[in-house]
Design a protein around this ligand. Structure first.
Ligand code: ZN
Length: 220
């Protein structure tokens, strides 16, 4: 008995010629034999997909009809469970947006322009005495209080935070990215940990080493 091959032709790259497909035929469609690859080129598969999608539609409508006959309390319970994923997604997205906006506003208020960065540098280097006025100290206090709180929030919600949004954020009209501003601020906080702890009482309960993990996370 002659060997049965798949009905289709393929282009042989070694002989540079069209030849019969040598795969074992598995399906018969329209009186022709097809292998498991070439059956996908026939209308046979598209009919299957159509039939299955019509059936899925029928099942869905059947469920909705059943749902409509249920008492309202039961409907509400079902709704709550079927919407859980989307609610959770919205919750994560909202928290992410709040925290990222806090970080962006912080940078704009304290650590974005050249003069803002220069001021921080001067406070900690060299001319410290001329800078140590009550006004400046209060400025630093509120700055560190805010950034420590932001780092705390980032660490608390790290698993649901949209890190790529932080990584990709650039401040308009500048060369600065939020990512590097946060890493730089993190380094300042780690460097002046003792100073911050003495100025901002809330920071004494804060685990500063989370900042190191965050920086590593952002650098990756
Ligand atoms: Zn074939």
């Amino acid at each position: 008995m002659p060997k049965v091959y798949c009905y289709c032709y393929v282009f042989d790259t070694t002989t540079k010629r069209n030849r019969k497909c040598k795969l074992k035929p598995k399906y018969t469609y329209d009186n022709k034999k097809y292998c498991h690859v070439h059956i996908n080129n026939t209308t046979y598969v598209s009919s299957i997909i159509k039939i299955q999608s019509v059936y899925r539609g029928y099942l869905g409508r059947k469920l909705v009809k059943k749902y409509n006959t249920l008492p309202e309390e039961v409907q509400r319970i079902i709704c709550k469970y079927t919407h859980q994923d989307i609610y959770y997604y919205r919750y994560c997205d909202k928290i992410s947006t709040i925290i990222i906006n806090k970080a962006i506003n912080f940078m704009k208020n304290y650590y974005l322009t050249y003069s803002q960065c220069e001021f921080i540098e001067n406070m900690f280097n060299g001319n410290r005495h001329t800078f140590e006025t009550l006004e400046n100290i209060n400025y630093l206090k509120s700055m560190f209080k805010e950034i420590i709180h932001i780092f705390y929030l980032i660490d608390k919600y790290i698993n649901i935070l949209n890190i790529s949004k932080i990584k990709n954020y650039h401040f308009d009209g500048t060369d600065y990215s939020l990512k590097y501003k946060l890493i730089e601020m993190g380094n300042i906080c780690l460097l002046y940990k003792g100073f911050i702890e003495s100025m901002v009482p809330e920071s004494q309960n804060y685990n500063f080493y989370c900042i190191r993990d965050l920086s590593k996370n952002l650098e990756d």
